[in-house]
Design a protein around this ligand. Sequence first.
Ligand code: GH3
Ligand code: MG
Ligand code: MG
Ligand code: MG
Length: 301
Amino acid sequence: MITVPKRQRVMIVDDIPANIKILGQAIRGIYDVSVATNGLQALQLALEQPPDLILLDILMPDMDGYETCRRLKSDQRTRDIPIIFVTSKDEMEDETLGLELGAVDYITKPFHLPIVLARVKTHLRLKKQSDLLETLASLDPLTEIPNRRQFEERLHDEWRRGKRSGHSLGLIMIDVDHFKGFNDHYGHARGDECLKAVARALSTELNRPEDLVARYGGEEFAAVLPSTGLQGAVAVGESMRRAVQDLDIPHEGEGTFERVTVSVGAAAMVPDHESRPVDLLLQADSCLYQAKADGRNQVCE
Ligand code: GH3
Ligand code: MG
Ligand code: MG
Ligand code: MG
């Protein structure tokens, strides 16, 4: 069952320690708290220990809260963290600007602590719901690894990144051999268990955090490997092929290797303006087709 774990975290950003203390004491019992005393520190901490909500002062030396908010909202990694301004700037224009910059709420100092807490709770509840939706929308419910939607998003992101960096992008397609026969012989429930085990085995073979393997559909999986050339993609494909074989799941059907195996197609491209991600997918897919035609349980490039 997919769940959203972890205790939620609130980051308090204020240049005056007394303000941090009051807010921190009230929040700490219920949520994890991190603190920053200036904008730059807040930006850095938001990456290192991503909070679920930021309480952001506006008047601070060097970088003010507005600019801090702008930067948080323009970075894809921090964009979705809700921000509540907590500030002594109480003009209508100040609040308008804060909300226009993307803050979810605006509280003026001196604040009434119970109101701050109530608003914090509301926004953290909403954040939890949106995190859960995000998780459900990007994971495959059976195997609990990324689904095709997340795979395609990542492929397009990495394609753009590869175009800028000039680094090769690797892609592998993996298909379970004779899986129709497995279902026919052992039943659909065992088939589902088998897919879960295969998904786990494939995931274990990825060593870098930027690599991603997903259930592409049915008994097909796909992996995107940034900064990886053909040789590297073949090597990962081979280790995945072996990992599935080593699961030693019996498969007595006709033409099988007496256990569950996969065929793998590996491809790599340096993304450019002439080609598209789908070209890389097609290339890997035709290699997979070749691996099937050549007898299965092998990697083709
Ligand atoms: P090949 O070696 O050529 O890939 O043969 P295959 O039998 O694996 O290929 P085919 O495309 O004919 O069959 C795929 C099978 O995968 C058919 C389908 O019932 C099964 N399948 C797809 N999704 C699931 C699933 O979620 N659970 C189970 N149990 N079976 C699934
Ligand atoms: Mg201040
Ligand atoms: Mg298939
Ligand atoms: Mg198959």
